[in-house]
Design a protein around this ligand. Structure first.
Ligand code: HEM
Ligand code: HEM
Length: 180
């Protein structure tokens, strides 16, 4: 399977990026939504710590994944009415914007407090910036907003895949999961 994308197929790097990225987004979203409304305490601390530890590594991967998509030729959209093509392209772009915003606001909201990013009590990734407490709250709010938006975008994205797969029967999943 070629590593690069072509006008008709995703290469192996884009496929790997898509599925590892999707898994990480879904895991981080699930953990974030789980601890979001918990009362303060050890249980919340554990899940938040896990979210941050996975997020610290996922953030670098997300930035690489978006960079790779930007420098690759995307395969042509599968045939469908123009409005749906536009919707599908918009959802893809917003998903990529969403993971970029989450990958940036997560670490920055912690560093704004002057602390390092704790990785399960094993080590901490120190802040490259001086403390900037007034940005902590707004960065957290943007992070929570972007996470909520991802829920709807992922929902739309999966509905689109189901529509292609079952109604158009164009086997869109094979472009991302089957043989090139
Ligand atoms: C787990 C369920 C998912 C399935 C079955 C799925 C399936 C697909 C398929 C078949 C494509 C190719 C579309 C085409 O050929 O035009 C695609 C593209 C894409 N998907 Fe997903 N996807 C899933 C989850 C996600 C998640 C959670 C994200 C969030 C980041 C995501 C982001 C994208 C993006 C940005 C593209 C455009 C191509 C790229 O940059 O990789 N997907 N998806
Ligand atoms: C796709 C990636 C991510 C998703 C979907 C996501 C999702 C979420 C959600 C749903 C919450 C709960 C929001 C709330 O408290 O109101 C949250 C909180 C948080 N996330 Fe993420 N997150 C992601 C990436 C990251 C990364 C990369 C980091 C940094 C290492 C991070 C650090 C945090 C922190 C510190 C909080 C707690 C904020 C607070 O106490 O309110 N997240 N995240």
């Amino acid at each position: 399977m070629p590593t690069q994308d072509t006008a008709t197929s995703y290469g192996s790097i884009s496929r790997f990026n898509h599925w590892l990225g999707a898994l990480l987004v879904l895991v981080l979203l699930a953990i974030g939504l789980y601890f979001e409304d918990m009362p303060r305490g050890d249980v919340k601390k554990f899940w938040k710590g896990l979210h941050i530890a996975i997020g610290a590594f996922a953030a670098l991967f997300f930035l690489w994944r978006v960079y790779w998509r930007m420098r690759s030729t995307s395969p042509r959209e599968l045939p469908q009415p123009r409005a749906l093509t536009l919707l599908s392209k918009t959802v893809h772009v917003l998903l990529l914007v969403g993971i970029t915003v989450l990958a940036l606001t997560g670490p920055l909201s912690i560093w704004a407090t002057g602390r390092g990013i704790p990785v399960m009590g094993l080590f901490s990734i120190p802040s490259p910036f001086p403390e900037f407490r007034s940005l902590h709250g707004p960065l957290e709010d943007i992070h929570a907003f972007a996470a909520d938006a991802m829920l709807y975008l992922i929902g739309l994205h999966i509905l689109g895949v189901i529509k292609h797969q079952l109604v158009d029967r164009d086997n869109i999943l094979k472009r991302m999961a089957g043989r090139a």
